[in-house]
Design a protein around this ligand. Structure first.
Ligand SMILES: Cc1cc2nc3c(=O)[nH]c(=O)nc-3n(C[C@H](O)[C@H](O)[C@H](O)COP(=O)(O)OP(=O)(O)OC[C@H]3O[C@@H](n4cnc5c(N)ncnc54)[C@H](O)[C@@H]3O)c2cc1C
Length: 338
């Protein structure tokens, strides 16, 4: 366990904003985490977990304790003729897990290639990309209750997974340290290549039989061409969620904007492409001081260098207002605000 005081977070968040945490703790394993919450954590002040900080915007200093799990390892815990169950430690990098499983030809995680962040954070917002969400390969969360230091397991039905949502963002927010996740992968791939331009990218490759490594490669290429690298321009991926509207609202928007991009959901509502709304509002590339809407991907707000978290927040609120004024649609933040 390593405990730091007055810790500069500039390299601990992918927006690259400067802010200081009163206390920052590296927890190397479960025993460390249990010991820390039982004997050292000041529970009278704010506290929360942090992974790679790729979904957090710090708008001010954190006057409390940030805890980071740094446990490592992937372990095959069970298998049958069709499936494998892998325990992945919370401190591992998500994409290292995807690479590890693709190398072994296990299927299910390949569409989630190159999503930044840690294993421990993946269940929090039920990460998703290219037609696949984390919940589709999820089996169990192993976590430590912060109040008691007791270990607990959570299974699929308990987690209320939704679009970029889980019980860890609502009822159980900041109540548990996720220490590992068990994922269930398929020995026989069921490819999902009909989303976005995956198939188009695959067509450029000269292959005889499709495999998970090729899908990972195609998705990695697409992501690298579309998304800004946080090392170059600080960002946290999609700043907003895709808004969900009722059928009547969708129909009236579609009448005014025939090119509107939307997906019908099983309950009859529609998920609108937030990037399209921002782009149509003329905001792609919109810049103010050190903050901008990314020039190729309207859903991403970038720090052009040296922006404060509060400037990024004010900028994002301006985008929300402009989109609301034009379409009457509220954009909800995907990024966690501190
Ligand atoms: C360029 C870029 C592209 C992205 N693309 C996608 C994408 O395609 N799809 C997608 O879903 N997301 C995407 N994201 C968002 C981000 O990658 C995910 O939200 C990721 O899961 C965050 O991981 P993290 O370790 O950085 O978590 P952090 O940002 O550090 O934390 C996120 C939340 O998880 C909590 N948390 C972290 N670790 C633990 C733990 N061990 N126990 C309990 N709580 C914990 C934190 O308290 C916080 O509430 C992208 C981000 C970037 C920068």
């Amino acid at each position: 366990m390593k405990i730091h005081s007055n810790y500069n977070l500039i390299h601990a968040n992918t927006f690259g904003v400067e802010a200081f945490a009163d206390t920052f703790v590296h927890l190397e394993n479960e025993a460390d985490a249990i010991d820390f919450v039982q004997h050292h954590l000041d529970k009278n002040k704010p506290y929360m977990l942090i992974g790679e900080g790729s979904n957090i915007l710090f708008t001010k200093d954190y006057q409390g304790t940030l805890m980071q799990m740094q446990n490592k390892g992937f372990e095959l815990v069970d298998e049958n003729p069709n499936f494998v169950w892998i325990r992945a430690a919370a401190g591992e990098i998500w994409d290292d897990f995807v690479a590890w499983s693709v190398q072994r030809k296990y299927a299910g995680a390949e569409n989630l290639s190159k999503i930044p962040g840690t294993i421990g954070a993946a269940p929090i917002q039920n990460i998703g990309a290219y037609g696949v969400e984390f919940e589709s390969i999820f089996n169990t969360v192993e976590a430590i209750e912060i109040a008691s230091g007791k270990k607990q397991r959570f299974y699929l039905k308990e987690l209320n997974f939704g679009y970029r949502d889980s019980i860890f963002k609502t009822k159980l927010k900041n109540k548990f340290i996720i220490s590992s996740v068990i994922l269930k992968l398929n020995k026989f791939p069921l490819f999902k290549t009909d989303y976005g331009n995956i198939q188009e990218e695959l067509n450029k490759m000269n292959y005889e039989n499709l495999n998970v490594a090729l899908v990972r490669e195609a998705i990695s290429t697409i992501r690298a061409s579309k998304l800004p690298d946080p090392k170059e321009f600080g960002n946290a991926g999609s700043f907003f969620k895709n808004p969900i509207v009722v059928q009547e609202k969708y129909a009236s928007l579609k009448l005014s904007y025939p090119n509107l991009i939307a997906y019908e959901l099983s309950n009859g509502n529609y998920k609108l492409a937030a990037g399209w709304l921002i782009d149509r509002a003329g905001l792609k590339g919109f810049t103010k001081g050190k903050v901008a809407v990314h020039k190729n991907q309207a859903l991403i707000i970038v720090n052009l260098g040296g922006a404060k978290g509060s400037e990024i927040l004010a900028f994002s609120e301006e985008i929300q207002q402009k989109v609301f004024d034009l379409f009457g649609v509220e954009l909800e933040r995907e990024v966690n605000l501190i």
